[in-house]
Design a protein around this ligand. Sequence first.
Ligand code: ADP
Ligand code: MG
Length: 187
Amino acid sequence: MPLVRAYISIGSNLNNPVDQVEQAFHALANNLPASQLAARSPRYRTAPAGGPTGQPDYLNAVAALETALTADALLAALQAIETAQGRVRAERWGPRTLDLDLLLYGSITRNDPWLTLPHPRLHQRAFVLYPLNDIAPELMIPGQGPLAALLKNCPPLNMTCLDIKNEPATITPLNPFPVEPFSNLPP
Ligand code: ADP
Ligand code: MG
């Protein structure tokens, strides 16, 4: 089966998000069958958008994969990684140890509640668009147009990049962290 380029968003705001995101990259690189981690974005600390008030900040990043898995098998594998890292599905958009969303699977579009592609909220989420832009600035989002155009409508409010940008998109260890304690952004 030919390899497909897929993009995954990673988010965590519970149980040491730095470790959760690192473990998620590790799992994507080592525990996904028939797949290779092609790039990892810098990490961003972002204020929570939606969901219950008072939840902690998130740590967000995006990964690029080359995969021979089908989109359905890939989503199931992502959910297995979430579960392995202690994800409990409770409140919608509530705090979570790990959220892995399938943003794009090649140029496939599909409208199915179990798996919608591109991810239905991709175009509204700065915490997805900016890390995606760091690793794939030329990306076209099926049904939405160029990533660069979506960025213009989505300012990077309440988010801070924690890593050096514009480094080669290779799978190398991240810069030392924490730079400062992970806590809520000032109002
Ligand atoms: P959210 O990511 O919106 O906070 P969940 O991670 O709990 O919420 O996902 C809710 C449901 O969304 C999942 O059961 C999954 O089947 C469905 N879903 C639909 N499209 C996608 C997608 N592109 N990526 C991840 N999950 C998706
Ligand atoms: Mg999700």
